[in-house]
Ligand binder design. Structure first.
Ligand SMILES: NC(=O)c1ccc[n+]([C@@H]2O[C@H](COP(=O)([O-])OP(=O)(O)OC[C@H]3O[C@@H](n4cnc5c(N)ncnc54)[C@H](OP(=O)(O)O)[C@@H]3O)[C@@H](O)[C@H]2O)c1
Length: 255
């Protein structure tokens, strides 16, 4: 277990599958937590179940809105004076043949799964620099290792690829300030997100529990000194390595 006592951690997507599992592990590690999501009532319920609830703040935050992200950072700094860890975990799924993908869906995926990660990183790095270090963990996706991106997931996957590239660049740019960057690549995980996807839960043996992803985050945070786990993939043994992470019937009319 990472020694997280006195560490201040912001977690976006804290009300959902992977984010919630991360919150529970961080809480057991004794961290001070700032939980962010749109459904404040779900966050408040989660807070009640945590052992260190006196060290937990819940912030209603739509990560697609810059003002909400600014308020999230301001609230953390006002209450806890510093930010040690940011876990970017908010995300939406998106499964559409590209030619049918609603335009608003493209915008939603871009702002939730990419923009919010970059913007929140930008909003915390200067405070981390002043503080002598920090750690930003992005919940990316195992789909970044699939080339070409899985059919019907090309906007989702290409934004995750962009996020991976951003994090690698951020590592080089921030390491002199003691700021660590980790990208986590989960395979298909049993959460409300995957329950919305077609055909994903056909083979239950291919689904992982969100706790497995949370354990990987804890591993990353437990590395001390100058060790920076830059990229960690957590892939189910049942996922064929060379095939798309999410199997999908070949529905293309030309096939
Ligand atoms: N599950 C998988 O198989 C899998 C695999 C690879 C990668 N991932 C990635 O893991 C991350 C978490 O996914 P999950 O499976 O845990 O999803 P989930 O169970 O559906 O949870 C999504 C979380 O994101 C939050 N969220 C969504 N839109 C938001 C917005 N506009 N503002 C603030 N919060 C927002 C939701 O909270 P509110 O609704 O309360 O706002 C919720 O807490 C995502 O980035 C996803 O791409 C998941």
């Amino acid at each position: 277990m990472a020694d997280l006592k006195e560490k201040v951690c912001i977690i976006t997507g804290a009300s959902g599958g992977i984010g919630k599992a991360i919150v529970e592990k961080l809480s057991k590690g004794g961290a001070k937590l700032v939980l962010a999501a749109r459904r404040l009532e779900v966050l408040e319920e989660l807070k009640k179940s945590l052992t260190n609830k006196d060290k937990v703040l819940c912030v209603k935050c739509d990560v697609t809105k810059q003002k909400d992200l600014e308020n999230l950072v301001d609230t953390a700094l006002k209450n806890f004076k510093k930010i040690d860890v940011v876990v970017n975990g908010a995300g939406v799924s998106s499964q559409h043949p590209f030619w049918e993908q609603p335009l608003e869906d493209i915008e939603k995926v871009m702002y939730t799964n990419y923009f919010s990660y970059v913007m929140l990183s930008r909003l915390v790095v200067n405070s981390m620099k002043e503080n002598g270090g920090g750690h930003i963990v992005n919940i990316t996706s195992g789909s970044v290792m699939v080339d070409p991106p899985p059919r019907n997931f090309i906007v989702y996957t290409s934004l995750k690829v962009a996020l991976r590239a951003f994090a690698k660049g951020l590592f080089w740019e921030m390491r002199d300030f003691g700021i660590k960057i980790t990208s986590i690549f989960p395979g298909v995980t049993q959460t409300p997100l995957t329950s919305k996807l077609k055909e994903v839960s056909v083979d239950q043996s291919r689904l992982m529990e969100p706790e497995a992803i949370a354990d990987t985050v804890m591993f990353a945070l437990s590395q001390t000194g100058n060790v920076n786990p830059l990229e960690l993939a957590v892939i189910n043994q049942q996922t064929p390595w060379t095939k798309p992470v999410i199997p999908f019937k070949q529905e293309h009319p030309q096939e």
